[in-house]
Design a protein around this ligand. Structure first.
Ligand code: FES
Length: 178
């Protein structure tokens, strides 16, 4: 039993969305958009939130959880004010992504999916954030601000230091983003 509930706004958006899909596929088709709405409401989509989404869409909870744990755009546990994701896929490794990744871990004092003690920054390692030509690359999302994430490309130690300085000051360094 959960005390959490999807907001009435989300319930209304689900009903508005439903007619856009063939009746027999609507619930599955709405899984990603409704997970996104739920993450906007709660800041993350853990098992409890996935169960709410499953109930709203008449889907098995395991199906919704499978989607939420597959895509790195979904946070499966609470994250800090800023979510800093670094791509360390093979092409980025060659370009120095592990140096940038190690720099972030050292500076923030956290491991993968760790959050700083002041709840300001969560650091995550990801496989691809669709900026494959410009590595090493990071994406920064700010909690409850869906118009951000921003991309930060061609990272090196100096650029990463400026980005981390700004995050620790409580701002996304948009002047350094792409
Ligand atoms: S492989 Fe890193 S952005 Fe695509």
């Amino acid at each position: 039993m959960t005390s959490k509930q999807l907001s009435p706004e989300i319930e209304a958006r689900i009903e508005a969305l439903r007619p856009r899909f063939p009746v027999e596929h609507a619930d599955k088709a709405m899984c990603i958009p409704v997970l996104t709405m739920a993450q906007e409401q709660f800041g993350h989509v853990d098992e409890e939130v996935c169960t709410l989404v499953a109930t709203a869409l008449n889907l098995p909870p395991a199906h919704v959880l499978g989607v939420a744990t597959f895509y790195t755009m979904y946070n499966n546990k609470p994250v800090g004010r800023f979510h800093l994701q670094i791509c360390t896929n093979i092409g980025r490794q060659i370009l120095g992504a592990y140096d940038v990744w190690a720099q972030c871990k050292r500076r923030l004092g956290v491991g993968n999916h760790g959050t700083t003690e002041d709840d300001n920054i969560t650091l995550s390692e990801v496989e691809c954030i669709a900026a494959c030509g410009y590595g090493p690359v990071a994406q920064i999302a700010e909690r409850l601000k869906p118009d951000i994430p921003l991309y930060f490309e061609n990272l090196d130690a100096e650029r990463m230091t400026k980005i981390l300085d700004a995050l620790e000051e409580g701002r996304v360094p948009t002047e350094l983003g792409s």
